[in-house]
Design a protein around this ligand. Structure first.
Ligand SMILES: O=c1[nH]cnc2c1ncn2[C@@H]1O[C@H](COP(=O)(O)OP(=O)(O)O)[C@@H](O)[C@H]1O
Length: 258
């Protein structure tokens, strides 16, 4: 029988201070390893134990490594060399969650933000898609039938977006889990850009949000550039259903978005 390795201390925090935001074009034309992750959510009037408004159902998953993350994965080992990020994301979601591509395929209109992490030499792209409550429940149930269920993914979860009377249990306690990659940053960016939480709502959780250098700036930059892009007030351009293929250009100096 193999010996169980001793438990080691928690992995160091994600190096927020080094992480840079990229614009969509730079992310989509890079040759650096890319990962895409997706937030699927439904707005709801449902209440937790008939009392606390849930605001929305937002899906994450328990990963094989014991951390929470959004469904998705590495996409730059694309089976089809010129495939777009969204094609890679959709392939991952089909494998990981058996997501029905005839109804819920992601495209560039769902794009939210990209971050480059020099330490891992990895670009992390983030998408969000709203579905109906009914569709959300179907997606949850269907995820149990996915090829990777029980391997890469140990099951989808809903984020508890309410706070219990003690002021800690619910969302504040949830934020104290361990999160893969940039996913805790993506949680707050997703909630605010998708207008599930306002900035005021979020400020109530400041005591339990990461305090590390760079984290707050990354959050603010992401929200600002998302809003500018959606209002059409920015040079960066993400057209629905466009086909920006990996161009094979080198990509050694990612640019931050101003
Ligand atoms: O939800 C997420 N958001 C942002 N980064 C993540 C998330 N989940 C995993 N990561 C990071 O992305 C990288 C690839 O992740 P993942 O394990 O999903 O891909 P893979 O299953 O294709 O290997 C890892 O470095 C991990 O830290």
């Amino acid at each position: 029988m193999s010996k169980v390795p001793p438990a080691v201390a928690a992995a160091p925090d994600f190096p927020w201070g080094q992480v840079q935001q990229l614009n969509y074009q730079d992310a989509n034309t890079g040759t650096i390893v890319q990962a895409c992750h997706a937030m699927i959510y439904a707005r709801t009037n449902a209440k937790f134990v008939s009392q606390l408004p849930c605001k929305a159902w937002v899906m994450m998953q328990m990963r094989f490594d014991g951390k929470l993350g959004f469904p998705g994965g590495i996409v730059s080992d694309l089976a089809v060399p010129d495939a777009t990020l969204e094609e890679g994301l959709n392939r991952e979601l089909e494998e990981e969650m058996a997501l029905d591509m005839s109804r819920f395929a992601f495209n560039s209109s769902h794009y939210v933000v990209s971050h480059y992490c020099p330490r891992a030499n990895l670009i992390l792209n983030f998408y969000a898609q709203e579905v109906s409550e009914q569709a959300f429940k179907e997606i949850e149930l269907n995820a149990l039938k996915a090829e990777e269920y029980g391997h890469e993914s140990l099951g989808v979860i809903r984020i508890p977006l309410y706070t219990l009377d003690d002021g800690h249990n619910g969302f504040p306690a949830f934020l104290q889990n361990q999160f893969a990659g940039t996913s805790v940053l993506q949680v707050v960016i997703g909630l605010v850009t998708q207008e599930i939480f306002t900035l005021d709502d979020l400020s109530a959780f400041s005591a339990v949000l990461p305090k590390h250098h760079g984290y707050k700036r990354l959050f603010e930059d992401a929200v600002r550039s998302y809003k500018e892009r959606k209002s059409g007030n920015v040079a960066e351009h993400v057209e629905q259903n466009d086909k920006v293929a990996n161009s094979g250009q080198s990509f050694d100096r990612p640019q931050t978005v101003q």
